[in-house]
Design a protein around this ligand. Structure first.
Ligand SMILES: Cc1cc2nc3c(=O)[nH]c(=O)nc-3n(C[C@H](O)[C@H](O)[C@H](O)COP(=O)(O)O)c2cc1C
Length: 178
């Protein structure tokens, strides 16, 4: 398969975007934990949920010895608002730390907004979020980043910021390059 959409999604938001992308382009989609054979895969569109700054499944996918795309696109899906410049910068800084430089410089990176339903979180995630909440809440309000504020505002709530229309400009850009 020359072009693949690979997605990493725990609660479904990244999967919804991947599904729309597959529908609009005809490119097959596969979850990261099933994307074992990347032989001959020259273009990868990776769509993954953000978890503590990391992209779900990306590290594992990149460890695949056949991860050698000629071009690749990375679309992150997080609860913080990527319209905010500071948020985008923070996400990218985190990405740069986890993606080897040669692949980071090759990537075309986009950001979309996801969803969060605290009642549906698995216990380990609930505990992590609670720890993070209490730590963030103690911080001086002036030192909070836009990401921190978004986190505090959505804590314990059910929010769904998925907007499939936000995929359109990304799709256009990707299609121009395929
Ligand atoms: C444990 C945990 C950590 C998270 N960390 C981040 C984060 O660092 N940045 C962010 O924007 N969103 C973060 N989120 C929100 C998720 O990125 C959001 O729920 C997204 O929709 C997840 O994708 P998925 O629904 O496809 O799994 C976190 C959510 C959980 C449960």
């Amino acid at each position: 398969m020359e072009t693949q959409i690979i997605y990493g999604s725990q609660y479904g938001a990244a999967k919804r975007y991947a599904h729309r992308m597959a529908e609009r382009t005809g490119i097959p989609m596969i979850p990261y934990d099933k994307a074992e054979d990347l032989t001959g895969c020259s273009t990868i569109i990776y769509i993954g949920g953000l978890y503590a700054g990391g992209v779900l499944g990306l590290a594992r996918t990149m460890r695949n010895p056949n991860f050698k795309p000629k071009r690749w696109f990375l679309i992150t899906v997080g609860v913080s608002d990527p319209q905010d410049e500071e948020t985008r910068r923070a996400i990218r800084e985190q990405l740069q730390k986890q993606i080897p430089q040669e692949w980071f410089s090759k990537a075309q990176i986009f950001h979309l907004r996801g969803a969060l339903d605290y009642e549906a979180l698995k216990p380990s995630h609930r505990i992590l979020m609670s720890l993070l909440y209490h730590r963030t809440k103690k911080q001086d309000a002036e030192t909070l980043s836009a990401e921190d504020r978004a986190f505090l505002e959505t804590y314990q709530k059910k929010v769904d910021f998925v907007d499939l229309n936000q995929l359109e400009p990304i799709l256009e850009q990707i299609q121009n390059e395929l």
